[in-house]
Design a protein around this ligand. Structure first.
Ligand SMILES: *Cc1c(COP(=O)(O)O)cnc(C)c1O
Length: 371
């Protein structure tokens, strides 16, 4: 048996009859940039996330960059974020000229620890960028409280978290901006790169719309410097179809996570303290990744790969220790919870089409490694 980390071909087979006609329609129209498919998609995602506005953009990375640009964040500014995330989170901050100021994560969820944020706020702090890692919301109430108190903007990195909820609200609607990615491996993945920014503020929405098209308003008149951050019609057409399936895919991911929880519990590995389950401290977790912690993790990875089981470490090097950020002067030991997570975490296949038989094989193979 083979168990890939993600099986996008299985997903495509199931919806091919819906996808192919809308792709053909875009080709027939030869209308490729923005347009009615993008507007339709923006309206649908705004409604899905409980937000007033949505702006379709070229990637999740560009969504983050545009939100920072819309706030005029740049050299001399600081933005507080997590060191345990995909590179784009801090990369986008650094690209504006601002400094990413890292705050260590909560060991249970690997999301930014709100209790550690206040100590990092300075007169230069302009924004907080929490990440909803793996599809579980960061603890937003204390973050919103701090932002209000200090006049900071909140930019949610919701790239792994479309449909994730916090106290009944969808993420992306809680801060000032929500940034989403439609990279193919995300829960809602396009046929290439794509992203989107949500906001409830119409003034911010207008600025985002302008920034994604070179700040051009009207044509060939530029009031601000933007870029080419536009979403393709082709991506929007595909994503419109896929969005209709997202709730059922999310339900399947959540069911797969529950199944793993039970199988791992029954394996005896939890009791022995060899493996620990993902901590679900708040619903709704959408399980973009199902991440366990495991003893001798790297040897376990080799064992799983030998048995044709896909798995991945998100992420092996926390951002404060990345070579390109060396000039910020961090060293090993600065963010111990993130550094420990980088050594212990392991994502198992949790994609919606995963079968019961495959899940059993994964857990049996994990158990056989420690037997
Ligand atoms: C995927 C991801 C991004 C970047 O999205 P792209 O669409 O690949 O540019 C940013 N932040 C996080 C946490 C992500 O998982």
């Amino acid at each position: 048996m083979k168990v890939p980390l993600l099986d996008l071909q299985a997903q495509y087979r199931a919806i091919k009859s819906e996808i192919d006609p809308v792709v053909a329609e875009v080709f027939d129209s030869q209308y490729f940039i923005l347009g009615p498919r993008v507007v339709e998609f923006e309206k649908a995602v705004a409604a899905y996330c409980g937000c007033a506005h949505a702006c379709g953009v070229s990637s999740g990375t560009d969504a983050l960059l545009m939100a920072l640009m819309a706030e005029g964040i740049g050299a001399g500014d600081e933005v507080i974020t997590s060191p345990y995330t995909f590179f784009a989170t801090a990369g986008s901050i650094a690209r504006t000229g601002a400094r990413p100021v890292f705050v260590d994560v909560d060991p249970a969820t690997c999301n930014i620890d709100p209790a550690l944020i206040a100590a990092k706020i300075t007169p230069r702090t302009k924004a907080i960028m929490p990440v909803h890692l793996y599809g579980q919301s960061a603890d937003m109430d204390p973050i919103v409280k701090l932002a209000k108190k200090h006049g900071l903007v909140i930019i949610e990195d919701a790239c792994q978290a479309i449909g994730t909820e916090y106290n009944g609200r969808r993420v992306g609607s809680i801060g000032d901006y929500g940034c989403f990615s439609f990279f193919p491996s995300k829960n809602l993945g396009g046929a290439g790169d794509g992203g989107l920014v949500t906001t409830n503020d119409s003034r911010r929405a207008a600025k985002l719309n302008s920034l994604r098209n070179h700040g051009m308003e009207p044509k060939y008149y530029h009031k601000m410097i933007g870029g080419n951050f536009r979403l393709d019609a082709l991506q929007a057409a595909v994503l419109n179809v896929k969005l209709k399936h997202l709730e059922s895919w999310t339900a399947a991911r959540r069911a797969n996570a529950k199944r793993y929880d039970v199988l791992l519990e029954n394996s005896g590995l939890l009791k022995k303290g060899i493996v620990s389950l993902p901590a679900v401290v708040r619903e709704r977790h959408i399980f973009n990744q199902y991440v366990i912690r495991a003893d001798r993790r790297d040897d376990l990875i080799a064992h799983l790969k030998k048995h044709d089981i896909g798995c991945e470490v998100y992420y092996p090097v926390p951002l404060h220790l990345q070579e390109c950020f060396a000039h910020f002067g961090h060293k090993a030991g600065d963010f111990p919870v993130s550094e420990k997570a980088a050594l212990e975490t392991l994502a198992l296949p949790v994609y919606p089409e995963l079968t019961d038989e495959q899940a059993r094989f994964v857990v049996d193979t994990v158990a056989s490694f420690y037997a």
